[in-house]
Design a protein around this ligand. Structure first.
Ligand SMILES: [Zn+2]
Ligand SMILES: [Zn+2]
Length: 315
């Protein structure tokens, strides 16, 4: 009897971390800026908390970000092992170089894994980057010979796709980004969700409904508190004229979109909600301006998070 209760107690203790930690997400930003500084471009490793089965959302800067995270004691294995073993797949929002150059440069050292993206993004990677003129074809389609290290996994909007070698699933939503289609990825782990948006402009400037449709899709998850955070860009300060936004957001336009979301969720649901600001464009004075303006315009009292390279966020 005594022995039995001891056994069940250790069983509970063993299970405890699963219940406490695996519900939500761990985010390791590998790069947080929207340009110029090639050592700090958009890339975010995401895993269910308590696991090392990460995906990489965009891959502008990979190696330098992993080194930064190691120096902050986020990882305790060498950088090449983080790349090879912890990253289980890449999600590329669009094929602009600041979102994919890290993946290309690290490809010779990487292991077999999937690249998930919408069809148009895969087409650009296939015909412009993984070719024998610009690099080597490390993928499984396109110019021959194909080295077969990366497998293209085309995401269809509106369908939920399991993410191989992780316990997560993904749903992709198209975004309007000037002349191209960018992507939002809705990541699910158990009952928790995380929404990551690639570059996008506001619906009003882009003459689009893409953000509105995205807000419609995720509003119920905000209300039920299953959505743990939205990761969204703010590239320029408010001084940037609409005609030179090139498919990006400012503090004003981000908050206009959050107002739009609040008409679907109610204002109270967004009070304290995690809004992670990505893709801030240098110079540093502009980045500081973006932060000041966002705080001043935060009438909904969102919890504004400014991620730092190599510093883990737990949601
Ligand atoms: Zn970008
Ligand atoms: Zn872009």
């Amino acid at each position: 009897m005594k022995c039995n209760s001891k056994a069940s107690l250790s069983f509970i203790i063993l299970l405890l971390p699963c219940f406490v930690f695996s519900q939500n997400f761990k985010i390791v930003p590998l790069g947080v800026k929207g340009g110029i500084d090639e050592s700090n471009l958009s890339a975010y490793m995401v895993a269910p908390n308590g696991t090392d089965s990460y995906i990489c959302l965009d891959a502008g800067t990979v190696h330098y970000g992993i080194e930064k995270a190691i120096s902050n004691k986020v990882f305790s294995i060498p950088a090449e092992q983080v790349l090879r073993r912890y990253i289980k797949g890449y999600f590329i929002s669009h094929a602009h170089l600041d979102h994919i150059s890290g993946l290309i440069i690290n490809s010779p050292d990487d292991t077999v894994k999937n690249i998930y993206a919408l069809a148009s993004c895969i087409e650009t990677i296939k015909t412009h980057y993984f070719t024998w003129e610009s690099w080597a074809n490390f993928a499984d389609e396109g110019e021959k010979p194909a080295l077969n290290k990366y497998r293209y996994k085309m995401l269809l909007p509106d369908s939920v796709t399991p993410i191989q070698n992780t316990a997560m699933t993904v749903q992709a939503f198209p975004l309007s980004h000037s002349n191209l289609t960018s992507t939002a990825f809705l990541i699910r782990s158990r009952d928790a969700y995380l929404l990551y948006l690639g570059d996008t402009g506001p619906d009003e400037v882009e003459k689009s409904n893409n953000l509105h449709n995205l807000w419609l899709a995720i509003a119920p998850l905000v209300k039920s508190k299953q959505l743990k955070a939205i990761m969204i860009e703010t590239s320029f300060p408010d001084e940037q004229p609409d005609k030179t936004l090139f498919g990006h957001l400012t503090p004003h336009w981000l908050m206009a979109e959050m107002d739009e979301l609040s008409t679907l969720t109610g204002k109270a649901a967004l009070n304290g909600f995690n809004l992670i600001i990505t893709h801030v464009k240098p110079p540093q004075v502009d980045i500081e301006k973006i932060k000041v303006q966002l705080k001043a315009e935060n009438k909904l009292r969102l919890n504004l998070v400014f991620p730092e390279q190599g510093k883990a966020l737990n949601l």
